[in-house]
Ligand binder design. Structure first.
Ligand SMILES: *Cc1c(COP(=O)(O)O)cnc(C)c1O
Length: 412
């Protein structure tokens, strides 16, 4: 990982706030996955929505990683990064048939997650193989906002609807080449994952032309000391054995697929912000920084914990702070945090800032979105510029009330 001096040098060169991604960490996470699953055919599809910078996609592509996409725009980003469309899977939810057809033309693998679209798609394009997203109704545990396996979830086709699904496949003559599940983020327990996998294997027996089984993601990464981390190596041992025995029974070597986002990029990212002001109230010391939930929304949106370190003053005595943003909303990054003494002008570093941080940033309060930097082989490379005032106005169309009113007055 990058040292505090290296992080400070990035903040100095590119200003604050700024996102930094450590390419080595992304690479080592990818290799850990590859080494954990010892099957003949393994395909990792990186979930683009976690962090969609083209240079990140290019880095992952160079490692051999494919992409998991949820919009036609993400598919196009992948193609722009040079990814082979055959290595892109498209797993949308609630999109139109027209968008799916657009993605078919781009050559990506289609994954369908509801019976209505399955029937319409199968009727129109029976020759195009599709993957189906099954909801095994297994709760991933953890935060309910990121759990998508429950019975009333909008994601996937319920396993209980298999008879209807099979009827659609038969009636349309369509080809199912893959079967998929994604039960949400934060798998705390491998047993739960393996249980869901059994349901997927059971479902897979209904289809004779499968090429792959995609187990989605939900790999948990630690956000603070003592957090549970999905034991990838243990999962690898157990699922590999089970998968290989299923393939034997099925009579064909299938590809084992996953689509992690967080696991690949979360820990690789740091978000650096500068302290504008220290403010004391009767009970609290606030450290106000030059950012807000416009740049990093996870703490406010999900209640996520991001470790905060004062990299400008790491050796000082620790004190308690509430770290807050500069926008006109309550935007608390961390309450009652023990951080080495903070002075105005210090740079604070947020950990786990790779996944769902920049990609969820906005222009709220008309602030510019921050730059992104890739740390690659000991050097910083700018991979996105800080926005400018022109970015705020670019697509706005100004009304000319004066001439409009004149025109209207003349008409009357
Ligand atoms: C978001 C998403 C992922 C990635 O989830 P992580 O928790 O970031 O690993 C994978 N698959 C699908 C279909 C998704 O929507």
């Amino acid at each position: 990982m990058m040292t505090q001096e290296q992080l400070l040098s990035v903040a100095k060169e590119y200003g604050s706030p700024v996102y930094v991604y450590d390419a080595d960490k992304i690479t080592s996470q990818y290799n850990r996955l590859i080494n954990a699953f010892k099957v003949d055919n393994l395909r990792i599809h990186y979930a683009v929505k976690a962090l969609s910078n083209i240079s990140i996609l290019k880095l992952l592509n160079s490692l051999g990683c494919g992409l998991d996409t949820v919009s036609v725009q993400e598919v196009k980003l992948g193609l722009a990064a040079g990814v082979d469309p055959g290595k892109i899977i498209y797993t949308p939810n609630g999109v139109s048939l027209e968008e799916i057809e657009e993605v078919v033309k781009l050559g990506a693998q289609i994954n369908i997650d509801n019976l209505s679209i399955l029937e319409q798609f199968g009727s129109r394009h029976p020759e195009i193989p599709v993957c189906i997203r099954i909801n095994p109704h297994v709760m991933a545990g953890g935060n309910s906002k990121i759990s998508v396996g429950h019975i009333d979830s909008k994601f996937g086709i319920s396993i209980h609807q298999m008879p209807h699904l099979l009827r659609i496949v038969e009636n349309t003559g369509m080809h199912i080449n893959g079967i998929h599940m994604h039960t949400g983020s934060d798998i705390l327990d491998i047993g739960v994952f393996l249980h869901a996998s059994e349901i997927l294997f059971e479902a897979a027996r209904n289809f004779s032309e499968l090429e792959f089984i995609d187990f989605g993601s939900g790999f948990k990464v630690p956000y603070r000391e003592g957090d549970i981390e999905t034991d990838i190596e243990d999962l690898g041992l157990q699922l590999t054995e089970r998968f290989n025995s299923f393939c034997k029974e099925y009579g064909r070597e299938l590809t084992l697929a996953f689509e992690p986002g967080k696991y690949l990029v979360s820990a690789a990212g740091k978000f650096l912000a500068k302290v504008n002001v220290i403010k004391q109230t009767t009970s609290t010391v606030f450290a106000g920084i030059d950012t807000g939930f416009n740049h990093l929304i996870r703490p406010m949106f999900y209640g996520s914990h991001h470790e905060i370190t004062n990299i400008s003053n790491p050796e000082a005595k620790a004190r308690f702070y509430s770290v807050v943003g500069y926008i006109c909303e309550t935007d608390t990054f961390g309450n009652n945090r023990r951080i080495s003494e903070i002075r105005e002008g210090d740079i604070l570093s947020f950990s786990n800032a790779g996944a769902y941080c920049f990609s969820m940033a906005s222009n709220f309060n008309s602030r510019y979105r921050p730059p992104e930097v890739m740390w690659y082989k000991g050097q910083a490379h700018l991979i996105r510029e800080r926005e400018t005032f022109e970015d705020l106005t670019r697509h706005q169309v100004e009304m000319n009330f004066e001439s409009l009113n004149k025109e209207l007055a003349n008409k009357n």
